[in-house]
Design a binder for this molecule. Structure first.
Ligand SMILES: [Fe+2]
Length: 315
């Protein structure tokens, strides 16, 4: 990091202030007031950008949101999240474990089982819940596609409904359908448009020498809020500085990535490891490079739905 007489420059301090380190953060088991008193709903949240679905918007260790929030959620086997909906899209990207996500409409539910690097974009106003049926805890990254979402609206919370109905997201026995994009039911067809399997997303090799899988945005799920992509950056690959008209955020999933900012001829950089994040504000020239021997896998969230005209050039 650049320094003048041992002190970080303003640009270096700004980059540090836009970096979220996994080891500087803690999981908050009390992020969701509606879960208090219901052990089966327990989940922990680690906030990087904004508060997401938690009302804890005053957390000063969290980066200020513009067009999206980003957090990690940890949930243990046997626990679930009660069926609820939002006014805006919300994505679940699975990092570890297997997560069952259910969508409910008129007492019928479609359930999908998601594995590592799979994602679902929960559509606006569609009731959704999730449950860990597997043997290992789930870690996932949740992004809400607006800086400050309204509180969730609960459809089948255990305080209002029998425990078994709440656990099945509102489906009475026999009313749960499997995920099937070719299924007959309209809810199966709808969910089919919002689930992304990592193995089914085309891998785009950029001329700059890294890969992109487009989850949300042109080529992926059609959407009018944000773009979401999985990048693979081989050892020693990197790009020249570029700017966007909106913010972007890089959450490292595997390996390490160096992110740099440039301003008035000055360059500063930070190396990210797994579960570290940098949010680069709109208009800031930035670049990335993998200085390591192994590849880096990065979850990139970009604050616009449209192609912002950025072309990546090998550095
Ligand atoms: Fe939600």
């Amino acid at each position: 990091m650049n320094t003048q007489a041992g002190m970080p420059t303003p640009l270096a301090a700004e980059l540090k202030a836009h970096t979220g380190r996994f080891t500087d953060k803690t999981f908050d088991w009390k992020a969701f007031p509606s879960n208090v008193g219901y052990d089966e709903l327990a989940r922990a949240q680690m906030r990087y950008i904004g508060a997401g679905g938690s009302p804890k918007v005053g957390d000063t260790t969290t980066l200020k949101p513009d067009h999206f929030t980003l957090s990690l959620i940890y949930k243990e086997p046997g626990r679930y999240a009660a069926c609820h909906s939002h006014e805006i899209e919300e994505s679940f990207l699975i990092i570890n474990g297997a997560l069952v996500v259910g969508w409910e409409r008129d007492g019928e539910v479609v359930e999908v089982n998601l594995g590592p690097k799979d994602m679902i974009l929960n559509a606006r106003e569609v009731g959704h819940g999730f449950r860990v049926d597997g043997v290992e805890p789930v870690l996932m990254s949740i992004s809400v596609d607006v800086g400050k979402p309204l509180p969730p609206v609960y459809h089948y919370h255990p305080k209002d409904h029998p425990p078994e109905l709440a656990r099945s997201f509102g489906a009475a026995p026999g009313k749960t359908m499997p995920f099937d994009p070719q299924g007959e039911h309209p809810l199966q067809k709808l969910m089919g448009q919002y689930v992304v399997r990592h193995s089914e997303v085309p891998t785009i090799w950029e001329e700059a020498g890294f890969t992109r899988k487009v989850y949300v945005g042109p080529g992926g799920i059609d959407n009018d809020t944000c773009r979401k992509e999985m990048w693979g950056i081989p050892s020693r690959a990197g790009v020249k500085a570029f700017t966007r008209e909106v913010e972007d955020a890089y959450l490292v999933l595997e390996g390490s990535l160096t992110v740099g900012w440039e301003e008035n001829g000055e360059q500063v950089e930070v190396e990210l490891g797994p579960r570290d994040l940098v949010k680069t504000p709109a208009g800031k020239a930035h670049w990335f490079r993998n200085n390591g021997a192994g590849h880096a896998t990065v979850w990139a969230v970009i604050g616009t739905a449209t192609d912002d005209g950025v072309t990546y050039q090998a550095a």
